[in-house]
Design a protein around this ligand. Structure first.
Ligand code: BG6
Length: 490
């Protein structure tokens, strides 16, 4: 087991992400011995906190995170945390940070390894990267790496601008663009399920697969994030990053080696083969939605526009469904249907592969009773795979009915899958960028979604158009019906 030594600097240490994900993840890594005793964490934000206040917050956040042991003495752990009140635009604070880091490196013997984590408003990402370089914070005796949270730009041109700014200060191999879906156990499993099983991979192409469906539905609404979300919408928030990353993993060719470069290069090829849809055809391929009021578990829910004053006239989509087309030899003719949205009937991330029917099948009385083979990769909340096959229906002569072979990770004793953030933080400390997005992936993803957003910006949507607690607008069903398909219930 490698036990990296490092000083971790968190920009945005008073924020939600630090509290909900980063502090508990660092703690878990430490507990599991995946971070050595030689570590320090510097929290930065505008608020005038002290080391003591940060440490109390870290302690609380660990106790609240259900996956960590709650009541032990955390003081030894939190004593490694330091706070600096920080104004990203004020030069003197970078000097102060550098001095603090040099002291901490001496005190904790971290060998000069520095991990900068940008977990705050994206408008300062470029500036911070530049200042880190300018003030010598990258000049340590160990490695320096930068983790950047999304959103990485709001379209291709702003993403390019941001990337150029960051690249002036950091090399591509020092930049870790985080997409937390790539840290999910079952997302990482896609590759293994495919490339370690002949029974799947031999059939993994347009000869045997009818269509692929990805659903990432959420029950939550916009929560307290109206300002961010209304500028973003479902396409930027979920499709451009998380969903396209899953698409790339599902459709890529087997890499020639399990190295970062080889895997990324196969993913990039998929994104290059993703057909860009012309503006006049966008409506044939994509459906947008915004949630109306509704009900869930007997609780009345407000519409998106009622959630916050500033949303009263919003035309931001809280739902998107699409039909993706891949123009390459393996996938020509296989539609990839994706959908994601807020305030849907359930929280689920699921991938379903529908296999083609046999040319002749005698075990059914009617078409309606005929069930295709389905492979479902369950990412959340269940983690596992289900394979739907046909078998003899008991007592019914030679008729078939579907039965399911299921593996549910949650039922396997001893498997306690680590949080996505925990894995990704660890990967970064050992220098493994495989599960982070390369710039080319980011750029190609924006190239794909930009025309959708541009076209929609010109047309007035008919919002709201789906009820809270439903599976989205009816147009999303029609999208598949036109091809003779339907969404599988997930
Ligand atoms: C984030 C989005 O990236 O992913 C959120 O900004 C969304 O809007 C979240 O809720 C979903 O993540 P998960 O892991 O809960 O599926």
């Amino acid at each position: 087991k490698r036990q990296p030594k490092a000083t971790i600097v968190i920009f945005g240490a008073t924020g939600d992400l630090a509290k909900r994900k980063l502090f508990p993840s660092i703690y878990n890594l430490y507990k599991k011995g995946k971070l050595s005793e030689n570590f320090a964490v510097v929290g930065l934000a505008r608020r005038p906190w002290t080391d003591e206040i940060l440490r109390e917050n870290v302690e609380q956040s660990i106790k609240q995170a259900s996956f960590s042991s709650a009541d032990e003495d955390l003081r030894e752990f939190t004593s490694h945390f330091y706070y600096n009140s920080f104004d990203v635009t004020d030069d003197s604070t970078y000097d102060g940070l550098n001095k603090l880091m040099i002291d901490l490196e001496d005190k904790y013997q971290t060998e000069g390894n520095r991990l900068f984590y940008l977990a705050m408003a994206p408008n300062f990402f470029g500036l911070i990267a530049k200042k880190l370089k300018e003030y010598g914070l990258k000049e340590s005796s160990g490695w320096t790496r930068l983790i950047i949270e999304k959103p990485f730009g709001t379209n291709l041109s702003s993403a390019k601008e941001l990337n150029n700014e960051i690249r002036e200060a950091f090399d591509e191999d020092q930049i870790y663009r985080i997409d937390h879906y790539l840290g999910k156990e079952m997302v990482q499993n896609i590759e293994v399920i495919r490339f370690a099983n002949g029974i799947f991979e031999h059939l993994w192409n347009n000869q045997y697969i009818s269509n692929i469906q990805i659903t990432a539905s959420e029950t939550l609404g916009v929560e307290e994030r109206a300002r961010y979300y209304d500028e973003s919408g479902a396409v930027r928030d979920m499709l451009q990053n998380h969903i396209l990353q899953m698409v790339a993993l599902l459709l890529m060719e087997p890499p020639i080696k399990l190295t970062t470069d080889e895997i990324r290069s196969e993913k990039i090829k998929v994104l290059r083969a993703l057909r860009k849809i012309d503006s006049e055809k966008i409506d044939k391929y994509f459906v947008r939605g915004q949630y109306d009021s509704g009900e869930m578990n007997g609780e009345a829910l407000p519409s998106y526009r009622e959630e916050d004053e500033q949303l009263a006239n919003s035309t931001t989509e809280t739902y998107v469904a699409g039909k993706l087309v891949i123009d390459n030899y393996r996938w020509a003719g296989v539609p990839i249907y994706v959908r994601t949205g807020k305030r849907m009937a359930k929280k689920t991330i699921d991938i379903t592969i529908q296999f083609k029917d046999l040319p002749m099948n005698l075990y059914y009385k009617s078409e309606k009773e005929r069930h295709p083979n389905l492979l479902s990769i369950k990412i959340q909340p269940d983690e596992g795979i289900t394979l739907s096959i046909n078998a003899n229906k008991a007592g019914a002569g030679s008729l078939a009915e579907p039965v399911q072979l299921s593996l549910n990770n949650n039922d396997v004793p001893g498997i306690n899958t680590p949080e996505a953030y925990e894995k990704l933080l660890y990967d970064c400390t050992i220098g493994d960028a495989t599960n982070f997005t390369h710039w080319d992936e980011v750029a190609l993803s924006w190239e794909f979604v930009d025309p959708i957003l541009e076209t929609w910006a010109e047309q007035q949507p008919n919002f709201p158009n789906y009820k809270s607690g439903s599976m989205g607008p009816k147009e999303a069903d029609e999208l598949l019906e036109r091809d003779g398909n339907h969404w599988w219930d997930v």
